[in-house]
Design a protein around this ligand. Structure first.
Ligand code: DQA
Length: 144
């Protein structure tokens, strides 16, 4: 059976393409998801791509990944910087033995000070940041 990877994106990422394109690029989230599904297929994975603007929904999906035994690619959006609920749910993923790759389109370390902290990074398997849409694809490669 083809292993499933959850590819989850947090708040405001549904606005990709028109949201600050000088920072996030001109690809829409559908473009990102299409590229992710194609790359995943090449790598022998099935990508389950989802986006939410709601913290609790993201927490529920991370629990669902654990129950499904799925690895996770996660762009937590702004939750990266302050959501202990998302951080704790990520820790449930990685302490269950699954991998979780934190991804960012931009490079938060090169931006405003409040973006320099990731509460997710310490419980993630690893992080890919700063490569636009490619960050998601590189994360898939990291998983295999
Ligand atoms: C982001 C970076 C975050 O700081 C920001 O809040 C986002 C997107 C990125 O993909 O570069 O929403 O996660």
């Amino acid at each position: 059976m083809t292993p499933t990877v959850f590819v989850l994106s947090g708040p405001n990422l549904n606005r990709l393409g028109t949201r600050e394109p000088e920072i996030y690029g001109s690809d829409s989230l559908d473009d990102v998801h299409d590229a992710v599904r194609r790359e995943a297929e090449q790598l022998g994975l099935l990508a389950d791509c989802r986006q939410t603007n709601h913290e609790g929904v993201l927490v529920d999906w991370l629990h669902e990944a654990v129950d499904a035994g799925a690895d996770v690619v996660l762009n937590p959006g702004a939750f990266t910087h302050y959501s202990y609920a998302v951080r704790d749910a990520c820790a449930i993923v990685t302490t269950s033995g699954r991998s979780l790759v934190e991804v960012h389109l931009s490079n938060p370390a090169a931006r405003e000070g409040f973006r320099h902290v990731s509460v997710v990074a310490p419980v993630a398997t690893g992080t890919v940041a700063g490569f636009g849409l490619q960050s998601y694809l590189l994360a898939l490669h990291a998983l295999v």
